[in-house]
Design a protein around this ligand. Sequence first.
Ligand code: ADP
Ligand code: MG
Length: 236
Amino acid sequence: MTAILETRQLHKHFGGLSAVADVSITVMAGEIHCLIGPNGAGKSTLFKLVAGTYAPSQGEVLFRGEDVTRRKPYERVGRGMSIKLQVPSVFRELPVAQNLEISLQRTCRGAAMEAEKARLLEFLQLQDDAGKPAGFLAHGQQQWLEIGMALALQPTLLLLDEPTAGMSPQETERTGEMIKSLNAQGMTVLVVEHDMTFVRQIAQRITVLHLGRVFAQGSTDEVIADPRVEEIYLGK
Ligand code: ADP
Ligand code: MG
């Protein structure tokens, strides 16, 4: 197994606050890796450091063996990294299909784009809503559209920040199936997730962040069996 993503002693300070402190993680090519930890642990900040939205105060990000620490977000996209942020960012006034086209423009044209759009709409189960303004979608469907916009960039590494937030149990289950099916096609997926049942179902390995630091890292069974993880995770 080779690493697709590595962070080396990453730090991010906001004024006097260390949101991310000395974080070294490794994501292996081909795995589903979950990033968990209490609210405020630094998960979304770490994602933004990986995607290039934030520059680190210290440390490095390696993607497919290359130091991308000083690469712009679009350069990281060009190398095969794509992110769905925690805060929804669909274009609410535009139809669902057009939201996808905006992302697809970066990877394909003409007939290829039409084919890819149809394939994504089907995968996301949004065929019947293609002409609807994205703002009219149910919350769970908006999350799927966002996943679709990230997929349109044809990533080898997909980063999903809380993809199941606000979803019904059925939508959550469907999202798990989507992630597993993408992974079966060879995509590496790094997911920030709160729902431990969901994590158990999809993750091969887990990293736990707590107070900006790596608290535990290992196989799903190892991490879930660690009593210290339950303590911080349940806030006991
Ligand atoms: P998580 O995603 O694990 O809930 P975040 O990465 O969003 O945590 O936040 C980690 C810490 O950094 C929190 O204390 C949060 O308030 C703070 N923080 C996050 N983003 C900013 C920012 N842009 N400016 C100042 N503080 C921030
Ligand atoms: Mg977050």
